[in-house]
Design a protein around this ligand. Structure first.
Ligand code: PMP
Length: 347
């Protein structure tokens, strides 16, 4: 379905109408039919092209929603400062939205994240503070550092993990767009979680629209990388971490506020090699360049489609673009060092 048919409830006019400013150009992304994944399963598998947002990722939506909410509740005033802890993409979204609306952004980020995201944040003017990667229970974890920095300086802490404006943004836009773009013919939705804002917001929004339309509520499936505790949480109700992943921005050791109280039907745990297979196939077979979390999402969508059987429709999220990960996903030495397959055209 064309972007021009996105309903006003989505809050975004989409790219077919003139955008008065950057904010209006966030969301309204194309829903791409993934040819290979669909052929493989006999289903229709769609990927929402979130890499086409102005900041290049799904996190532009959360950034805009969080800034909107802080302006509405009066905590963010003209010329104010926003502080956030992020794997990078939320920082990019916040900095661009901040630039557009006159706010300064201080971004705290683990130094393990891709060089490309770090360099991009510097070039767009973020006040970037890199910190060593630490577990959440350590006070040096980037989330805690960002919270303390906001408290000490009187700035607004975006708090994307527990700030429900994040999932509400996805409920109002991403879910509404998915429903509209599939004409309500959606059997399942799958995606990975960092904050859980995307999965939770889409789950809530699809439930709203399906119930109003008197249609079955699409199945909601978590896609989880190795090294994350969420798969076990969905499957057995317990949190425990096994293995690790090279993907960025996804996987959790705890249940963030945005995921709490959300009904999730099932979960798939996807190893990096299976995700990379999808990243490389999307690129070479369909010209779609995505990062690792999108690979996890598409691999999970294929598993769900196989379980449902031919004729079903499954949607997922193409969270960001491959250019953000040249130094990792497309670096033969890095991949070899992790025991992962190296695509022949870069070897
Ligand atoms: N993929 C990428 C590349 C991300 O940066 C993020 C956000 N950290 C996600 C997926 C997960 O999105 P969410 O925070 O809405 O769960």
């Amino acid at each position: 379905m064309a972007r021009s048919t996105i309903p006003p409830t989505s809050g975004v006019p989409g790219w077919q109408s003139a955008s008065p400013d950057l904010d209006a150009a966030i969301g309204g992304t194309p829903l791409l039919r993934l040819r290979q994944a669909s052929a493989l399963t006999g289903c229709t598998i769609y990927g929402k092209a979130e890499f086409m947002n102005p900041g290049g990722s799904v996190k532009d939506r959360a950034a805009a929603a969080i800034v909107d909410a802080a302006e509405r509740d009066g905590s963010l005033r003209p010329g104010g400062t926003i502080v956030e802890g992020t794997a990078g993409n939320t920082g990019i979204g916040l900095t661009l939205v901040g630039n557009a609306r006159g706010y300064r952004c201080v971004i705290v980020m683990p130094d393990t994240q891709s060089r490309e995201k770090i360099e991009f944040l510097r070039t767009i003017g973020a006040d970037l503070r890199l910190v060593p990667a630490r577990p959440f229970k350590d006070p040096g974890n980037y989330v805690h550092v960002s919270r303390r920095l906001a408290q000490e300086t009187g700035a607004v802490w975006a708090n994307q993990f527990d700030n429900l404006a994040n999932r509400e943004g996805h409920r109002a836009t991403t879910a509404a767009e998915l429903w509209q773009q599939t004409g309500g013919m959606l059997d399942a939705f799958t995606c990975a979680c960092g904050t859980g804002g995307t999965l939770a917001g889409v789950a809530l929004g699809l439930r709203d629209v399906a119930t109003t339309a008197g249609r079955p509520v699409p199945e909601i499936v978590l896609a989880d990388p190795e090294g994350s505790a969420l798969y076990g949480w969905v499957k057995t109700g317990t949190l425990s971490v096994e293995g690790s992943s090279i993907t960025e921005g996804i996987g959790q050791s705890r249940v963030p506020g945005n995921l709490q109280g959300i009904h999730i039907d099932d979960a798939e745990r996807v190893p990096d090699a299976e995700a990379l297979e999808q990243v490389f196939a999307l690129l070479t077979g369909e010209g779609i360049s995505v990062g690792g979390s999108a690979g996890i999402n598409v691999a999970a969508a294929i598993r769900v489609a196989r379980r449902l059987g031919p004729g079903h429709t499954v949607a997922t999220i193409l969270c960001d673009g491959g250019a953000r990960y040249g130094s990792k996903l497309f670096n033969p030495e890095f991949l070899r060092g992790k025991g992962l397959p190296v695509p022949p055209w870069i070897d």
